[in-house]
Design a protein around this ligand. Structure first.
Ligand code: MCA
Ligand code: AMP
Length: 483
């Protein structure tokens, strides 16, 4: 098994690798810490990682990958229902956490290994003979339209191939210093934002928590690249007119990259007007890692996600599966992709895995797009209206409806997304209360969902109705709700 991180043994141990707040590790220190931890967890089938935005999480995931053990990153803000589902589905044998982190009840039954970033302990020799490029690297949970999140099994070759394709597209090297404040339990912050710099032998400075001040500080102090979701760029665009330090920071960066949802053209334009710089977008998915990007050597074009990355085949298809051959900037089709960047399966869900692929191996993304005459892809929407993107998080309406129905004050529930300048979309709950005289308060319902699922899944707006609009079959007509 070859290492995903050649720089760990690359002969430049003093180079900076990771920085979180005022704590940092060089490649030499990271190699020692991950080597020691890999020796302790080697042989485990799967480990859970309590994925706080800290040095410990980065060390834990790199150690798991060095040991050839699949890591399951957990959102530390997951509520009991969501966490319970992920643990029973992924069945990890260990949980890795920072010393002192208090873990919630479902995790207390698991054997715990504390992650120690600074260590002088030598790394144990690992026999990773059974590990191959197809072996799972990560299991990342992602929401669907209905039911609980599914665990996307991401093999080692997908991680390597997506990061190497991005290196080509972005001229991303070991000289780059990345800054971001993304969470570490999703592909964006973990694979691109943490494993990405380490695979190149460069470094990452994590803000702990996103702020425009943090972005300005780091880009003005040597960082070269910024990754963020559109909500972060929106907040940057809002702050720029009053913040010359931020404008100077962005103007000096080598590359500003947005992804996880569409960055509105208005925000693109405001950033360019204030800094002279263009944000580029890339398009990916938990299941596919990255599919397309505007290239560093290509023409930046707001409103597009660029061209397929090396190694990625991309096509648009009609409703009946017929490929669309015209690049006319008008004909809308579903994006399907094929390539070494793809996941292998949804854990324990052969039905969902089979449904996600065509018989000849194309993955159905559910994203709708057109292609410009020169091949640039423009995403125009989504097939499923029951998937909501809020703050860059994918959220299934069905999951929230089920949680709302578990509240005694809710008789019926429907969930939709509506446009939000900051979050892209915000979650709206439409409920029929059990007792119309004393309906549950909006805050109470938000807390209920946040506590069971996760805070980013909480409804931001609640409407009360006497009945939900239904068709003759009894199906809720969601389009009629907003009308
Ligand atoms: C508020 N809070 C609550 C409640 N109300 N907590 C519990 N119960 C409540 N009722 C807390 C929140 O937990 C949060 O805590 C704080 O109040 C503010 O919440 P909120 O307004 O929701 O968050 P925000 O600070 O405005 O977050 C915006 C954000 C965030 C920073 C942009 O949405 C974010 O980090 N998004 C990134 C999503 C992402 O990485 N997606 C990648 C997946 P606290 O402040 O303590 O946190 S997509 C992907 O990976 C694919 C491959 C791709 O293409 O990239
Ligand atoms: P997730 O399932 O959380 O990994 O989110 C993947 C989804 O995010 C994709 O299917 C797209 O709908 C959306 N997405 C990611 N990047 C972009 C982008 N640059 N523009 C528009 N949508 C995006």
């Amino acid at each position: 098994m070859s290492s995903l991180f050649p720089a760990l043994t690359g002969g430049r141990p003093d180079r900076p690798a990771l920085r979180f707040g005022d704590r940092s590790l060089t490649y030499g220190e990271l190699a020692a810490a991950t080597g020691a931890l890999a020796g302790r967890i080697g042989g485990a089938a799967r480990v859970a990682v309590w994925a706080t935005p800290t040095l410990e999480t980065a060390v834990a995931v790199v150690a798991a990958l060095e040991a050839g053990v699949a890591a399951v990153p957990l959102n530390p803000k997951s509520g009991e229902k969501e966490l319970g589902h992920i643990l029973s589905d992924s069945a990890p044998t260990l949980v890795l956490a920072a010393p002192g982190d208090e873990l919630p009840p479902p995790l207390r039954d698991l054997a715990r290994v504390d992650v120690v970033p600074q260590t002088t302990e030598g790394g144990a020799f690992l026999d990773t003979g059974g590990v191959s490029a197809e072996s799972p690297a990560l299991v990342v949970y992602t929401s669907g339209t209905t039911g609980p999140p599914k665990g996307a099994v991401i093999p080692r070759r997908a991680v390597a191939s997506t990061l190497d394709a991005l290196a080509d597209a972005w001229q991303w090297t070991g000289e780059d210093v990345l800054v971001h404040g993304l969470p570490l339990f999703h592909v964006h912050g973990l694979v691109l934002g943490t494993l990405g710099p380490l695979r190149r032998g460069g470094s990452v400075r994590h803000l702990g928590r996103f702020s425009t001040e943090g972005v300005a500080r780091e880009l003005n102090a040597g960082a070269t690249m910024l990754f963020g979701v559109p909500t972060m760029y929106h907040r940057i665009a809002q702050a720029l007119p009053e913040d010359p330090e931020l404008a100077k920071a962005l103007a000096g960066a080598r590359l500003l990259v947005s992804g996880s949802a569409a960055l509105p053209v208005h925000d693109h334009e405001r950033i360019t007007a204030a800094t002279g710089r263009r944000v580029i977008e890339r398009y990916g998915m938990t299941e596919t890692l990255m599919n397309t990007s505007v290239r560093a050597d290509g023409e930046p074009r707001a409103g597009t996600v660029g061209v397929p990355l090396p190694g990625v085949e991309l096509r648009l298809v009609e409703e009946d599966g017929t490929p669309i051959t015209s690049y006319d900037g008008e004909t809308v089709g579903e994006i399907q992709v094929r390539g070494t960047n793809l996941f292998t399966e949804y854990l324990n869900r052969p039905d969902a895995t089979a449904a996600a692929f065509t018989p000849d191996g194309w993955f159905r993304t559910g994203d709708m797009a057109v292609r410009d005459p020169d091949g640039y892809v423009r995403i125009v929407g989504r097939k499923a209206t029951d998937l909501i993107k809020s703050g860059g998080y994918k959220i299934g309406a069905g999951e929230i409806e089920n949680a709302l129905l578990e509240h005694p004050g809710v008789r019926e529930a429907a969930v939709t997304g509506e446009p939000d300048a900051d979050l892209g979309e915000r979650i709206v709950a439409w409920i029929v209360p059990t007792d119309p005289q004393s309906p549950p308060q909006a805050d109470e319902l938000a807390d209920h969902v946040a506590g069971r699922l996760a805070p980013h899944k909480r409804p931001r707006v609640v409407h009360y109705l006497d009945a939900l609009p239904r068709n003759d079959m009894g199906k809720i007509m969601k389009r009629a709700l907003h009308a």
